[in-house]
Design a protein around this ligand. Sequence first.
Ligand code: FAD
Length: 319
Amino acid sequence: MIDLSWFQENAPLFSGELIFNEPLAKYTYYRIGGPAALLLVPKSREDLAWIQEGLRASRAPLFVLGMGSNILASDAGFPGVVVRAGRLNLEIEDEGGGVIRTGGSVSISTLLRRAAIEGWGGLEFLTGIPGSVGGAVVMNAGTHLGESASALLGVDWISLQTDAQDDGASARIFSGDELKYQYRKNLYLPGAGVVWSARWKIQMAAPAEVKRQIDETLVRRKSTQPLDRPSCGSVFKNPKESGKSAWQVIDQLGLRGHRIGDAQFAEKHSNFILNLGHARAADVRGLIDLAKARALAELGIRLEEEVMYVGSFSLCGNQ
Ligand SMILES: Cc1cc2nc3c(=O)[nH]c(=O)nc-3n(C[C@H](O)[C@H](O)[C@H](O)COP(=O)(O)OP(=O)(O)OC[C@H]3O[C@@H](n4cnc5c(N)ncnc54)[C@H](O)[C@@H]3O)c2cc1C
């Protein structure tokens, strides 16, 4: 049993929000997820140092949440501390010389609105991705137009790891060759921590042209993606070695439109699993496990999740 009393006792020293037994469904795009034993929404670097101290005292497991757009949280919730990094650093700054710096908590839509006003070209590939800068950095988020790795120059990271040598939350800057990425995956961020800010290269362009490209891409995405129901976007990464897209694999298995409970492979885009109303995490996970097992057995294709799991899924299949 995890003892979270340190957080309760030291709450007056925390400037953010602190909520015990808070349903994660409120913080995920899927609108699914049982309670986090403790949800923390820090507002400052001092808050991060406080969290690090609490984690050291309690030895509680940690999960860092951005805007929750790529998350499937277990029905049983998370038996530890969830840090929601949505109110930390919301700054967007033009450093000059074709470089901008954005806070990790800035939403991609806010960043793109600003890019369209200022004429910051080169970030259009993020269009339609409904998360935060922190999530994009961690996930190497991208679209057919490109991926975060190609525009990132540096990442300012604050570790919350409890075995850090110093007392406060310790900062690290990653840049250049250190920013190692694969498709929808980073290979360099160490364990537990938060993206404080990111530096991106841009190319100055006519604001109207940047806006036109963003608007066109949004229209295209709206016509091809089922955006009227909760989802996490693409559930599976494209299995590139098979030469197929994940949606083609799901179609080949005849799973488009297939339902478990209120979870459904979308008719409009079969690599999306929708929450039709009251889907449980176990329903979504059931569809994921079904597609993975059948893709391997029938097509010899290994599907890999793009969605991230929070909490335990041991009751509904192979974790
Ligand atoms: C309708 C829809 C469409 C989508 N389309 C795309 C798409 O085209 N391309 C694409 O790549 N993705 C897409 N996604 C998935 C998702 O939007 C991206 O993965 C996004 O980058 C996640 O950002 P987030 O802030 O919501 O992070 P979360 O989903 O909250 O978290 C994702 C991961 O990032 C980590 N994380 C988030 N913020 C921080 C932070 N500040 N510090 C440290 N770690 C952090 C979390 O620990 C977790 O590991 C889509 C999702 C939806 C719902």
